[in-house]
Design a protein around this ligand. Structure first.
Ligand SMILES: Nc1ncnc2c1ncn2[C@@H]1O[C@H](COP(=O)(O)OP(=O)(O)OP(=O)(O)O)[C@@H](O)[C@H]1O
Length: 244
């Protein structure tokens, strides 16, 4: 995945959300897209998914243009948005069957694949409950399953562990590592630096819509004076001022 010189300014906004952002995500790696509030992470993800059109710049996934080839890209990427994107009045099974049909998947493949993922993400006993009755952690896990039904090569997650309990978080991270070991590429955003340091092969730090630093967590920690962990590196490059 490659982004070049992306610029985006929302209508009515004084400052750009993306101000010439360029970055690369290598295939088969877990890459963390990190930045303070308002840095431009969700805007970047939404452009990659074809939900937002940038003012200028390019974005390619597997050689396909994210701005022009949105329909053909859909089969290659799975997206887990910050907000739970499931019907609250339907059960998990009903949601997955509906989403699977939208992707044109055969019924048997939806059943097999969703069944396996429900079990792997600890939801098999709750599959016939309405999603509206799920806890926050269960909703997040169900959201991940929905994004994986079509077995995408690239999985993009926007803060997948925000606001979940320790158990759900541990299971989600373990699952993502396992998914990556099966050869898939993951791009994810988080404000949790210890988590990013643990699971990311590479991290990209952005701020005010621009690239600040990129590299492996170890490289960045070694290169940055007086920093012992990724959180210290992050604060070193993005500063201590609040982004209210
Ligand atoms: N729909 C919108 N209309 C106007 N401004 C927006 C819109 N969406 C985002 N912005 C602004 O664009 C900038 C980048 O926002 P974005 O949501 O991409 O940042 P982020 O890094 O994902 O932040 P967070 O960590 O808080 O989720 C912010 O200043 C935000 O207020």
């Amino acid at each position: 995945m490659e982004i070049n010189n992306l610029k985006k300014q929302y209508k009515g906004s004084w400052t750009p959300a993306l101000d010439g952002l360029s970055l690369r995500v290598n295939a088969g790696k877990v890459t963390g897209l990190l930045g303070p509030n308002g840095a431009g992470k969700s805007t970047t993800i939404n452009i990659l998914c074809g939900l937002i059109v940038p003012d200028s710049g390019t974005a390619f996934i597997n050689g396909k243009n994210c701005i022009k080839d949105t329909v053909s890209l859909r089969g290659h990427i799975g997206v887990v948005p910050q907000q739970v994107a499931l019907f609250q009045n339907l059960t998990a099974w009903e949601n997955f069957r509906y989403i699977g049909r939208l992707y044109g998947l055969p019924e048997t493949s939806i059943n097999d694949h969703a069944g396996h993922l429900l079990q792997r993400l600890g939801l098999e006993k709750h599959a016939d409950k309405r999603v509206g009755r799920y806890s926050g952690g269960m909703r997040r896990r169900a959201n991940i399953i929905a994004s994986l039904l079509h077995e995408p090569e690239l999985l993009i997650l926007d803060e997948p562990t925000a606001g979940v309990d320790v158990q759900s978080r541990a299971l989600i991270l373990e699952f993502l590592e396992e998914y990556n070991r099966s050869g898939k590429t993951i791009l994810y955003t988080s404000h949790l630096m210890d988590e990013a340091q643990k699971i990311c092969d590479e991290v990209v730090i952005i701020d005010e819509g621009k690239l600040v630093m990129e590299g492996t967590p170890d490289e960045l920690i070694r290169q940055t004076p007086d920093c012992r962990n990724l959180e210290e590196v992050f604060l070193h490059y993005t500063g201590h001022s609040l982004r209210d």
